[in-house]
Design a protein around this ligand. Sequence first.
Ligand code: FAD
Ligand code: NAI
Length: 478
Amino acid sequence: MDQYDVVIIGGGPGGYVAAIRCAQLGLRTACVDNWRNKQGKPALGGACLNVGCIPSKALLDSSHHYHQIQHELAAHGIKVQGATMDVPAMIARKDGIVHTLTDGIALLFAKHKIDWLQGHGQLLGNNQVEVIPPDAAGKRDEKNRHTVAAKNIIIATGSVSAPHPLAAVDGNLIVDSTGALEFAETPKRLGIIGAGVIAVELGSVWRRLGAQVEMLARGNAFLPRVEEQLAAEAYRLFTAQGLSIRLGAQIKQVRTSKKQVTLVYEDKEGEHKLTLDRLLVATGRQPNTTGLNADGAGIKLDEQGFIAVDEHCRTSLPGIYAIGDVVRGPMLAHKASEEGIAVAERIAGQRSEVSYTTIPWVIYTSPEIAWVGKTSQELRADGVDFREGMFPFSANGRARALGEAHGMVKILADARTDRILGAHILGPQASEMIAEAVTAMEFHASAEDIARTTHAHPTLSEAFREAALAVDRRAIHR
Ligand code: FAD
Ligand code: NAI
């Protein structure tokens, strides 16, 4: 039986990053992963690289270019006539990016001498993992099951789309996010159950390519995790882009015919019927412990089915850790990776920790939404006395030059100490700008620290500094 220092189950951004860090630290490492790509071939990178972060951003970028040509470039004096969209070419480009990146992880594994055990991993107890490889047809090759032993095991099995009781995914008319990355043509009417992160990102992709998008949100608040002033402005901007967002919508019935989906929902105005070409179910994701035998091996799960862990990702069994989407906390690739690094370093005897209070969020719409730390609604609920500084991109020279002057930056600082408690950006390149806020918070910066830091001119990041100045009511350009 092969003996390792560490066996990782799952090769997503949690598992593969943990594997690389373990190998860097001199630990003999194997990573068991059962992902199959569109061609039925094993591929590393998990949901993030194959059907998540990367492909969704590729389609967001392609559709953004098309939208700019159609609606925005004329203002720059660029006149384009007869631009058309080749959806299969866009999907092929996305697939190419995914292949390059997933193949890159395989190369990194080879470079670091990490054993990639292709197949399904199952916990056996006694720090052993059984690997069931696929046969030539991709089915479980039961005859070639084999067992590996490890001093430490890291579970990084990720998450899967949550099912909806009335809208079973058929991969054709009713899809989850994976299906919505693969449409061969732009649907005329795309319905989306949910109005969360996947709904607004993938809804934007297909809206920009011409689909009529109908988003149905169960709750009455739009993007409730987002700073409320920014969520309200995003709602206004997205609605103006043609995304129909119906709040407080209860799904009553979903029926499919040969080519269409009929959906009945109820809101405060009564019952409504929609006829759709495609329906995307985007009602959240759930932890993936299918076939892992966590229970059988004696590992505790919490009430929602996540593997229960402490602040160092230790499960209820010694030597077994769990990271990423399969444990509590935000379901984000960078959170999974940070946990993977911290666990690898703890196994190697270091005292690493994850800074859970400074994990940034980004929603890659246009404009983008990014934030770190607390929102004002959370601070009010916690009874924290805070001051806020807001600066609009309409008063930022670079945003005006770009022609993307929507949105704002908001900084929330402790009223007594001035320490930054939260930073919120709705605007161009918010995904890149948020890194400054994360760094500032990691270094326990005050709003005054940012206000006294020189930012290059003309840049979008000047809006961040102006928001810090605005905390003390001394923004220059407002
Ligand atoms: P996963 O990436 O889910 O990887 C788990 C791996 O384990 C998979 O390869 C799976 O096949 C394998 N596995 C599971 N069980 C077993 C088993 N028993 N044996 C062997 N292998 C097993 N996050 C961001 O931060 N930014 C984004 O822009 C972003 N965009 C997203 C867009 C979409 C459409 C979706 C769906 C998600 C997006 N996410 C994004 C979320 C991100 O993909 C996840 O947070 C991230 O992939 C979690 O990483 P993980 O390593 O925990 O799990
Ligand atoms: P989400 O939690 O963001 O949104 C779910 C939506 O579905 C909400 O509007 C909710 O009210 C609604 N909903 C839930 N159950 C419902 C039901 N039964 N009927 C009707 N509506 C219902 O989840 P989403 O968009 O599916 O994304 C899953 C996760 O993937 C995100 O939470 C995030 O962690 C990750 N992700 C991250 C991205 C990023 O970082 N940019 C992009 C895409 C996904």
